[in-house]
Design a protein around this ligand. Structure first.
Ligand SMILES: [Mn+2]
Length: 360
């Protein structure tokens, strides 16, 4: 098992690469989409209704950009484990089944081929229309650490998605007269199937794994659109669409634990045994849908020692990153939260051989 750190676009700089290496990480998961209008790494992300930011002028990431990132990371002794999330601009019509979907797919194929040439082995994606929405943020974690949570009684899940927004970002100007979108469960799975059938063969050839993040929050539907992987068994459905290592998971332990059905430990074991883990979001949480709070990794409902035992038993050799984590009160809240998580993860991984067999 290897330890990595996820970095947002604004944080992809030499200081943070050094920070990651100093904290014992060997890998970086890089976000190339600029989600925020502000520049600091944080859990607070713009307006919930208008989206986090505007990606309408985003251009497909080039080979040079990706290969430059790999070189910059290597200059600090780090490897890029994955890119996380396509810009919504790249695949808005693939998610929404719009007229540009074939042209956008051509773009994604080029991007995946270029990522492979640049030695980026994995791309994480979140096949979701409403995206990450409905969180509240506040001093909800241990001793008042600032974290995010979800309280279904305080969120109007039916509030329509503003036109021109998909997956939390504005990808084009909105039409005030547009009819709010409605996407059924059947439709979202059809769209995912088309996406995988088109892109997985290209990814396979390019030596790139596509890795699906589950829905966050994992409710049934949100803002007019059905959710996709909102129960653990739906990960199997996704993996069965294309039987290929290039069709993998961005295994988010926190999102799995938030789900109302299934056995998280068995799910982790099954997916690890199938060798379909692109990388892991090592995150913990208290509660489940419709009411949960993100916690420090040692303070939630999921037994992280047990998770590491299972991963070791299934010979998982890949990368895990902290995902989001509560912030610590100090002058560098995000960095302190990440350093805490990385130290804890490193201790677990370095002593995994002493942890004994899994009890699940
Ligand atoms: Mn996650």
């Amino acid at each position: 098992m290897k330890i990595g750190l996820g970095l947002y676009r604004e944080s992809l700089n030499d200081d943070n690469f050094r920070f990651a290496a100093q904290a014992g990480a060997t890998h970086i998961v890089a976000h190339l989409t600029s989600y925020l209008s502000s520049s600091g790494p944080s859990l607070s992300r713009g307006s919930e209704n208008e989206g986090w930011g505007d990606c309408s002028t985003d251009e497909l990431w080039s080979f040079e950009e990706m290969s430059g990132l790999v070189s910059q990371a290597r200059s600090h002794g780090l490897e890029i484990a994955a890119l996380e999330n396509f810009s919504p601009k790249f695949w808005s019509d693939i998610l929404l089944d719009g007229p540009a979907k074939s042209a956008q797919m051509d773009g994604l194929k080029r991007l995946v081929r270029d990522a492979g040439r640049a030695a980026i082995p994995c791309i994480g994606y979140n096949f979701s229309i409403a995206g990450v929405w409905g969180w509240t943020r506040g001093p909800m974690s241990r001793a008042g650490a600032v974290s995010v949570g979800f309280d279904g009684s305080k969120v109007d899940l039916n509030s329509p998605l503003p036109d021109g927004i998909v997956w939390n970002m504005r990808y084009r100007e909105g039409n005030p007269h547009a009819v709010p979108i409605k996407v059924t469960n059947e439709q979202i799975w059809e769209r995912l199937t088309w996406f995988l059938n088109e892109l997985v063969p290209v990814a396979e050839e390019a030596g790139v794994r596509l890795a699906a993040h589950p829905d966050d929050p994992p409710v049934d539907a949100m803002r007019g659109a059905a959710r996709l992987v909102n129960q653990p068994h739906k990960y199997n459905r996704l993996l069965d669409i294309k039987d290929s290592p290039a069709n993998s998971t961005e295994l988010c332990l926190g999102s799995l634990q938030e789900m109302t059905e299934g056995d998280v430990y068995q799910t982790i074991r099954d997916i690890a045994r199938r060798d379909r883990i692109g990388y892991i979001h090592f995150r913990n949480v208290k509660g489940k849908v419709p009411d949960y709070v993100e916690t420090f990794i040692d303070d939630g409902d999921l037994d992280m020692v047990e998770v590491v035992r299972i991963l070791r038993e299934e010979n998982f050799e890949g990368v895990m990153v902290p995902d989001h984590t509560p912030e610590l009160v100090c002058s560098a809240p995000w960095h302190a939260g990440m350093a805490y998580a990385l130290g804890y993860m490193r201790a677990l991984v370095n002593t995994a051989h002493l942890l004994g067999p899994s009890t699940k």
